[in-house]
Ligand binder design. Structure first.
Ligand code: NAP
Length: 307
């Protein structure tokens, strides 16, 4: 008779990790977040595991900020392959790593931990996932674009570094706390030292989240990226008003909770091309799979799982 398989729980907690009852196939991967209930990573990664005939499951773990250190210690003991990190753990996790790739050090945030020989190795796949998403959505490379990023937090820092490494024509960082935009711009200054764009506007600029400043800049950018959480909650406005948007723009909202986020709706209203963050989620997740398993990710299987 075929053995009955033990299903994984919908959401695990720290208490579950302390008194671990494994599922079948065993849970050896997951996402740590707070909140985590709405993460699409389990359905995407489980589809990939199944397709690749890897006998493991990927689960959700509701871990609060105060629990992160202990949770990481427990998955090391339980011999997990690795975990993804989402809000609010990406920055705090950096201090708990044994080793970190260059990206993690520069961004100051990790979204993947791989456990190798009992050691915690940190990676950040958000920037690379973003670059792949832009190529796929708009058939253009970051090096050919003048980019405006709204936000200067973890996602914005990963995206800004990717633009810098790919030598984007311009980068404008807009943030509610202007000093955070300025700090990020200062960190990237060396990448933009070369005279790529001939014209009156600097290649790298930090700008406050104010209508007049944004209006001036928007005439000199091609792509506007929302890397703030504005739009995540029902009733949120667009992160910048529709009246500032124009048909020449490409709009990328890193938020993927709704197909038409407030920013995407505003962009469509303005006649611009616009898309939400599902493609970034897909590509950062595919790269995480490749880091964890050292094999090509089944992209189309993963894409279908989150469509
Ligand atoms: P974070 O580190 O907390 O940074 C948030 C940024 O947004 C900060 O610059 C903050 O400005 C700004 N901000 C917060 N609330 C704001 C408000 N009410 N008005 C204007 N600006 C505000 O967050 P994160 O990890 O970067 O995440 C940002 C977004 O990216 C989230 O919505 C997340 O869903 C999305 N994301 C998507 C993917 C994907 O794969 N699609 C991957 C990663 C992240 P201050 O400096 O002034 O605080």
């Amino acid at each position: 008779m075929k053995k009955k398989r033990a299903a994984a729980k919908e959401v695990y907690t720290l208490a579950d990790l302390k008194d671990w009852h494994d599922a079948d196939p065993p849970v050896r991967l997951g996402v740590f977040g707070d909140p985590v209930e709405h993460s699409l990573s389990p359905q995407m990664q489980n589809a990939a595991l199944k397709h690749c005939k890897i006998e493991m499951q990927y689960a959700r773990f509701h871990i609060s900020p105060g629990e992160l250190r202990e949770a990481i210690e427990l998955i090391r003991k339980l011999e997990f392959v690795g975990v993804n990190l989402t809000i609010p753990h990406k920055i705090a996790a950096v201090g708990l790593l044994d080793a970190a790739e260059e990206n993690v050090k520069r961004i100051g945030a990790a979204n993947v931990i791989k456990i190798d020989g009992g050691k915690m190795h940190g990676f950040n796949t958000d920037g690379y996932g973003f670059a792949r998403a832009i190529r796929e959505e708009f058939s253009v490379d970051l090096r050919d674009l003048r980019v405006m990023i709204l936000g200067a937090g973890g996602a914005a820092r990963a995206i800004a570094l990717q633009c810098a490494k790919e030598n984007s024509e311009r980068l404008v960082i807009v943030n509610r706390s202007f000093e955070n935009a300025q700090k990020l711009a200062d960190e990237l200054r060396d990448f933009f030292a070369g005279p790529k764009v001939l014209g009156p506007v600097p290649r790298l600029q930090a700008v406050p989240l104010e209508e007049a400043a944004i209006r001036f800049q928007i005439a000199n950018v091609d792509l506007v990226v929302n890397a703030t959480p504005v739009g995540l909650n029902r009733g949120d406005p667009s992160p910048i008003p529709a009246r500032l948007l124009a048909p020449h723009l490409m709009i990328y909202d890193t938020i993927y909770s709704a197909e038409r986020t407030p920013f995407v709706s505003a962009a469509i209203e303005a006649g611009a091309r616009a898309t939400n963050g599902l493609s970034m989620l897909l590509h950062q997740g595919a790269l995480a799979f490749e880091i964890l398993f050292q094999r090509e990710a089944p992209i189309e299987v993963m894409r279908n799982a989150i469509r």
